[in-house]
Ligand binder design. Sequence first.
Ligand SMILES: C[S@@+](CC[C@H](N)C(=O)[O-])C[C@H]1O[C@@H](n2cnc3c(N)ncnc32)[C@H](O)[C@@H]1O
Length: 486
Amino acid sequence: MSSRPRRPARPYRRPRRDPVRILAFDALRAVDERDAYANLVLPPMLARARSTGTLDARDAALATELVYGTLRRQGTYDAVLAECVDRPLREVDPPVLDVLSLGAHQLLATRIPSHAAVSATVELARCVLGDGRAKFVNAVLRRVAAHDLDGWLTRLAPPYDDDPERHLSLVHAHPRWIVAALWDALGGGREGIESLLAADNERPRVTLAARPGRSTVAELLADGRADPGRWSPYAARLAEGGEPGALDAVRDGRAGVQDEGSQLVALALANAPLTGGDTRWLDGCAGPGGKAALLAGLAAERGATLLAAEKQPHRARLVARTLAGNPGPAHTVVADGTRPAWRPGTFDRVLVDVPCTGLGALRRRPEARWRRGPEDIDRLTSVQRELLRGALRAVRPGGVVGYATCSPHLAETRLVVADVLKGLTDTGAEWVDARPLLPGVPDLGEGPDVQLWPHLHGTDAMYLALLRRTRQGAGGPFCRADMLNT
Ligand SMILES: C[S@@+](CC[C@H](N)C(=O)[O-])C[C@H]1O[C@@H](n2cnc3c(N)ncnc32)[C@H](O)[C@@H]1O
């Protein structure tokens, strides 16, 4: 009996190694496995790949876009993938899920043609997962490719009028609790919150600060790689794709990467009106030292000294490195601002830029929105209140405290300040209107505190409350918690 002729087996072909996608996958694994931050792990990986000639500048830009884009829209891609995988996503191995998300991002949010996105991702899967799991990846991505992003969102997101928060959460890839918190803080209708969420999904240009007495904006602009900042007289914005390390001033530590919102907060505290002496300044939460560097330079120009305190020793070392070379005296100490090592009433100006959820810096930390949860708020706000109380004790009567957060969440901003002011017993405090201390910056709200926004100011969503210490304790005439509608 003659048997049917067998189709000749296809010769085995080795997978094609694409260094861009392999690097993007490695970065996603580091973020996933080690809880690393993409903005910290990716630059050294790219620098190594550039120095060995594995990637050129265009490849590096593509790898960056793949990593940031995949992380930023993770929640939306998970919702799409959940429709395309025949088991709960939590049962899919994390490395497989990373490859699938990378593929979904290329299919749904880049100009890479669908067939190229699928085949490049399947080749990646063959390299990093093996041929068996690559078949699974292929099958899932073919289902993802059945619709474009709008098509998927129409299927998955409820109409805006039925459930505005869930709608915005899927369309703009923010967890629902963050949509709700940002909306509470911003107020207004659909247009404002949509602009804010869209701005959170844009990568901001890198902003530099020329450290006073060490560098100037003119120096940063000199070789045409940067434009002047919009609001801060110390700011310069690098051109798209610009490398901060390419500038001598940054390499020498005479200028640093610093969002303009962060610069405005430090400048407002430095320029707040005071009566009496003005020689002792404290940054009570200084690590890694961006605001401390600006404050130390300004303090030096005015014959004042900055003490930069930081609880974490490794972060205090970063502060000390940043302050080395300051034109005037600046000291760094490891200290807990809730149990301070200095006598009450020591300082004329105190900044507390407290640890927070970081919901104001989502543009720069693509994975942060998926890592935080509403359960973080209670823990953080109790430290925030303690740090503000400590700052009010540290400043002398007549001196000024700046309470800053890189989060607009009301529980971390106005509610902390109002709560602390209500409960003061050993000190009193009055509000200082912060708005005139950010000259030329529009849309600062009704005051006396200020809230910056990415979509309105192009900055991180920094919050600043300025308080002047008075002699009176709780209930004194200047304890004006009532100035806020909280
Ligand atoms: C938002 S960051 C400050 C950023 C800094 N001002 C800058 O511009 O570079 C908050 C810092 O406060 C520190 N920190 C947290 N709890 C603290 C405490 N109890 N006392 C002092 N520092 C604390 C954190 O380690 C972190 O470095």
